[in-house]
Design a protein around this ligand. Sequence first.
Ligand code: FCB
Length: 450
Amino acid sequence: MKRLVNTFTFPADFVWGVATSAFQIEGAAAADGKGQSIWDDFCKIPGAIADHSNGDIACDHYHRLEPDLDLIASLGVDAYRFSVSWPRICPQGTGSWNESGMAFYEKLVDGLLSRGIQPYLTLNHWDLPAALQAKGGWANRDTVQHFVDYGLQVAKHLGDRVTSITTHNEPWVMATLGHQTGEFAPGVKSRKVAMQVSHHLLLSHGLTLQALRAQGTRSQLGIVLNLAPVVPATDSPADQALARLKDGKLVRWYMDSLFKQHYPQDVLDFLGSDAPVMQDNDLQAIATPMDFLGINYYSRKVESADNSWQVQDGGLDCTDMGWEIYPEGITELLLRLQRDYRLPPVYVTENGAAFKDVLFNGKVHDSQRIDFIARHIEAIGIALQAGVDIRGFMLWSLLDNFEWASGYEKRFGIIHVDYKSQQRTLKDSALWYRDYLLGVRDRRNQKRRA
Ligand code: FCB
């Protein structure tokens, strides 16, 4: 299937990229003095990971940095979004720094720059040092200051070369899936703890921004949220009330605190004594102005009070994760955020899909993924033309990788990874993205000449 997207929808300086995260691709779980993360520990819990796998080797990216950088460059992207593993550069989460861990990220950043690719760095993509979890992890307010110190250290080494620094990736996921449902590391199951964790994540975000600015960091600073339109399955009052509450927990909890300096009252009322303990000025710190907002979008959320709504499982309308394919949702979401908040420049920092790919004769014909990506890019273009200040798009993901509790069974990459041989194969979607970016380049050149 040939999908063409009109590159003219997007300004010439729109940033096109691919994204990954440390734990999902690096492997080298104990190499060169790296400490353990909560995901290393979580993978040891029987039944926690669908295929009983772990991140020990993953895509072995740590040992294949140069060829992987060449692969990224071969796509013709402007930017690469990656995360730093906190326990790799600070094994205990606080105290002594591991220079050889830092050297890896120095090589990564320099390798990107020498290939003309802008580095977009994330400080926390979920892999908290296990040593800090032993002291309560994100539920312990002390972790906030440890995170600020970690951010300062990273920025001291790399802040002169990375285009942007994201504090946290998807605090809702860390708080809710990590501490309320327990599906993700560290596997805690307490709503009260989850809400405290979300508050500490947000607070550490704001304080890190302040500390980095005070240190003179030149990179653009922001956070990445997983957001979605949350809609009722029917017009029934029960469904509507549920959708409003879930919107409060997923969207307004984060957006209101970051941009309006308060938590939504309906959610606080609902939480009652599970609401987080706060100190004076916490909310002020959380609302420290940002240079950009990153949004990860995969699907919308449909709420039904009697659980009667289901995506057609295995049907054409959902991905291998069982997530409904709903490109219009990103347009709806962006327009709603634009209406309700004073947004800084926005980046779509993740979007992509898992499908059951088949590698045959050195090819992966993943036309469903191409269709998914093209439709989402188009939907972003519509929001852009309606006036939302969207500056970039980062495709999830560069490589097939460790998809958290789903292990290696779910493949999100535009590049196929054979985990036994570590052979990388560009799927049709990678070739499609490369061709699309060639078109973007042509247009930039024409503009330059004109
Ligand atoms: C997001 C995560 C990312 C990846 C995608 C599929 O929630 O940020 O690491 O797992 O989902």
